[in-house]
Design a protein around this ligand. Structure first.
Ligand code: FES
Length: 94
């Protein structure tokens, strides 16, 4: 099973393959902020610091929102992320 690790706390959780990061965080009261939950506000921007090789590539809409939210290279939207591989992540600098 893929593992999500929060770099800020070192907290780690195994999740079923294909788990939506948004759903998992909301169901488990985990420390990541969300706003719109539909990929348009950028509140959930994050950086995968380790792993993430199997994540879906960034689509045009996600790239547009990320660009608006942060200057960090390689940032993703947590609300759009489907976890299918190990990821270590932290919130993006905004
Ligand atoms: S919560 Fe708004 S873009 Fe992810």
């Amino acid at each position: 099973m893929p593992k999500i690790t929060f770099a800020s706390t070192g907290e780690s959780h195994e999740v079923p393959d294909g788990t939506r990061f948004l759903d998992f965080c909301q169901e488990n009261d985990l420390p990541h902020d969300f706003g719109c939950t539909v990929g348009s506000c950028g509140t959930c921007a994050l950086v995968v610091t380790e792993g993430g090789e199997g994540l879906a590539p960034v689509g045009d809409e996600e790239a547009e929102t990320v660009e608006m939210a942060t200057d960090e290279e390689g940032a993703r939207l947590g609300c759009q992320m489907v976890v299918n591989c190990d990821v270590t992540l932290r919130a993006a600098e905004v």
